[in-house]
Design a protein around this ligand. Structure first.
Ligand code: ZN
Ligand code: ZN
Length: 330
């Protein structure tokens, strides 16, 4: 894998729409897909974005237990170094093709082993043209996405025993995709000469991973089909966004107090929760008390407040989730 990373500046508003999780985004050199928030972490694997506090109403309206966080922010210095944590993305689709119409060889992750500035090229063609990523992906209605299974497609109508036994090769290019004009695109295996016609919008069984970056099999109905779609097709990515208007219960929030600090630090609360025996617990409380410049008793009192339900104290604030997704608290 090439060590060089590409960076794309993204606005927050774009991160919620056409650059959101699972979107395919064009970088300076490659198309990429945005990984999900579980991977928006720092080097130690901790969530990198700043937590958003006092949004319990929004969380319950969304039906989630997890903390809400802002996306991480990174800055690119003049020397090309990056400070901070980036929103991670993955080169995708993984297949590239030779643009020479007489060749059309498909290459799987041809960037593997290349140095920083090297571009993948077709070695079979005399002028070694630069490869281009294939513009198609496999999309399942449940939201799963995968590379088009080119080997499977080429061999779906096999006749001879040689063709039936032909196995995928992930290193040497052996499949070609050529535009035959009126008869459509022809997909061929150079090893066994199995041939099939390739058109957009074909439907095939989905047997792939849940997402390009989630290497777990997707649980889909065996009779269900996935569609091969062009990446700019609107059906490839449909972000779901909800807007929430948060009016925090200001009167109940005691800004700057021990209870506020403790409530706002999931790390500290977790430390206390993990220290179950009296001695370790005492030591954790002392560390936190010294950190917050207060007494251990004040920490105990603050914990009681949080246990009682600070800052909402069980008062279920009316939530109206209207059709356009506004959450109202009041
Ligand atoms: Zn070529
Ligand atoms: Zn074959």
């Amino acid at each position: 894998m090439s060590k060089k990373s590409e960076f794309i500046p993204v606005r927050l508003s774009h991160l919620l729409r056409h650059c959101s999780v699972g979107a395919i985004v064009r970088g300076p050199d490659y198309l990429m897909t945005v990984k999900d928030t579980r991977e928006w972490t720092d080097r130690n694997g901790n969530p990198a974005g700043e937590p958003i506090r006092y949004v319990d109403g929004v969380r319950s309206a969304l039906g989630i237990e997890q903390e809400l966080r802002e996306p991480p922010v990174a800055t690119e210095k003049d020397n090309g170094q990056v400070e901070g944590v980036c929103v991670p993305a993955l080169r995708f689709p993984s297949w590239m093709y030779c643009p020479n119409p007489k060749c059309g060889l498909l290459h799987y992750k041809p960037w593997r082993g290349l140095s920083a500035n090297e571009k993948p090229r077709c070695q079979k063609c005399e002028n070694k043209p630069k490869l281009e990523q294939v513009p198609w992906v496999l999309i399942h209605a449940e939201g799963h996405m995968a590379d088009v299974p080119w080997h499977w497609l080429a061999h779906q109508n096999t006749n001879t025993p040689t063709q039936k036994q032909c196995r995928a090769d992930w290193h040497e290019p052996y499949l070609s995709l050529k535009d035959k004009g009126a008869t459509g695109r022809q997909l061929q295996c150079e090893h066994c000469k199995a041939t099939s016609v390739f058109n957009d919008d074909i439907k095939i069984p989905y047997t792939a991973w849940r997402q390009p970056w989630i290497k777990e099999d997707a649980e889909v109905d065996k009779d269900d089909f996935a569609s091969v779609l062009e990446i700019n097709d609107a059906r490839v990515h449909m972000p779901q966004t909800r807007s929430a208007l948060v009016i925090p219960p200001e009167s109940r929030i005691r800004k700057g107090t021990v209870v506020d600090h403790l409530y706002s630090s999931s790390q500290k609360l977790q430390m206390i929760k993990n220290a179950k025996l009296p001695l370790p617990r005492k030591s954790v409380l002392r560390t936190i008390a010294s950190d917050l410049r207060c007494s251990v008793q004040e920490i105990e009192d603050a914990l009681k407040e949080i246990d009682k339900g600070y800052p909402l104290y069980g008062q279920n604030i009316t939530q109206v989730l209207t059709q356009n997704g506004w959450v109202r608290k009041g």
